[in-house]
Design a binder for this molecule. Structure first.
Ligand code: ZN
Ligand code: ZN
Length: 345
């Protein structure tokens, strides 16, 4: 197979399927026909476009060096904990986990929609554009958006937090709850919501704050009040019954998960030995969808005796595969769909 006449330069962290779509656009080809053509060349039916053989053909059609997409991928591995690195927060080539794909800025992609899994969120600092699946527009008042984007692709990225690792959805829910008593402001709500969510995330994923939210030695009432205060401060919203309900649920879930982590036996058969702290935190976070608990790095004060039995930890291999993008999609606070155009103060 020969390469197509009109070349397209791949974006950093662009998915091979997104790239193929742009390549088809640049050469005025229908993407479905192009996919059929590749399948015919490979003499296969119904081959996934993510299949390595398919990716290889995409590279040939685009005139890219063989293995381009595989070589590009390690630059975008997520920071996470796994047994390969002794549960330290690192990027692991063996786990090979990258972020979920998101819509790229339409100016970066020369007007053809595509998807990337590189670090960052919904604002293109270079072109000052807000971009998501349904929107792509120029933002004039940029200061807060730039700050939020830099936090998401800098500090939060190095903590292993992206828009698809669960924390973002919970922070969005909390901010929306604190805004729900105010009338809809209309324009730029998505951008304001984004800035408030990222500000809240920077605070809640700090190891000390995450510990304060989950520590068993703290009073639950004070933890709820503390969380409400942080949410209202980050979004400049107000204390609403919805926010109180969500905050109570979040603290309850995080405390219960912290208890599980502290008392988790090494295995189902173990009676005395406990699982390593970081591994137990990962497993307990996963079981309860306690998305902020995984940022806790020390145990704090603990009870002398556990009053309730905890299921043992599975093998390290299993726990290392637990927290990947999308792992908290069915968390209880995600049950209510957050509207894209929410109310704002
Ligand atoms: Zn690993
Ligand atoms: Zn751009």
């Amino acid at each position: 197979m020969r390469s197509l006449p009109c070349k397209v330069v791949p974006l950093p962290g662009e998915t091979s399927t997104g790239y193929l779509g742009r390549l088809a656009d640049a050469n005025a080809l229908d993407i479905t026909s192009l996919v059929h053509h590749i399948s015919r060349e490979l003499r296969v039916k119904n081959l996934s476009v993510a299949n390595p053989r398919f990716t290889l053909m995409t590279e040939v059609l685009g005139g890219l060096a063989q293995g381009h997409f595989a070589r590009d991928r390690p630059r975008f591995l997520l920071y996470r904990r796994c047994h390969h690195a002794g549960w330290r927060l690192q990027r692991c080539a063996q786990c090979d986990v990258v972020d979920g794909a998101r819509a790229a800025c339409m100016v970066c992609s020369n007007g053809s929609p595509t998807q990337v899994f590189s670090r960052g969120g919904r604002y293109c600092v270079r072109h000052r554009r807000w971009h998501s699946d349904s929107e792509d527009e120029l933002i004039v008042d940029v200061r807060d958006c730039v700050r939020a984007e830099q936090a998401l692709s800098g500090r939060l990225w190095s903590r292993g937090v992206t828009m698809h690792t669960g924390e973002f959805d919970l922070a969005a829910r909390l901010i929306c709850d604190s805004w729900c008593e105010h009338p809809v402001a209309g324009q730029r709500v998505a951008g304001r919501l984004y800035v408030a969510i990222v500000d809240l995330l920077v605070t809640l994923t700090h190891p000390d704050v995450a510990l304060t939210m989950a520590a068993l030695a703290e009073s639950q009432r004070r933890q709820v009040e503390g969380l409400i205060g942080l949410v209202v401060g980050a979004g400049r919203g107000s204390r609403t019954p919805e926010l109180e309900d969500t905050a109570i649920r979040v603290i309850r879930v995080h405390r219960a998960a912290m208890y599980e982590a502290l008392w988790m036996p090494k295995s189902n058969k173990a009676t005395i030995s406990r699982a390593p702290f970081e591994k137990a935190i990962a497993e307990a976070s996963f079981r309860a969808k306690a998305v902020f608990l995984r940022h806790v790095t020390r145990s704090g004060r603990r009870d002398a005796f556990g009053s309730r039995a905890v299921r043992g930890a599975p093998s390290s291999r299993v726990v290392s595969r637990r927290i990947v993008p999308g792992w908290a999609d069915n968390a209880p606070w995600n049950a209510v769909v957050i509207p894209a155009q929410s109310a704002a103060p």
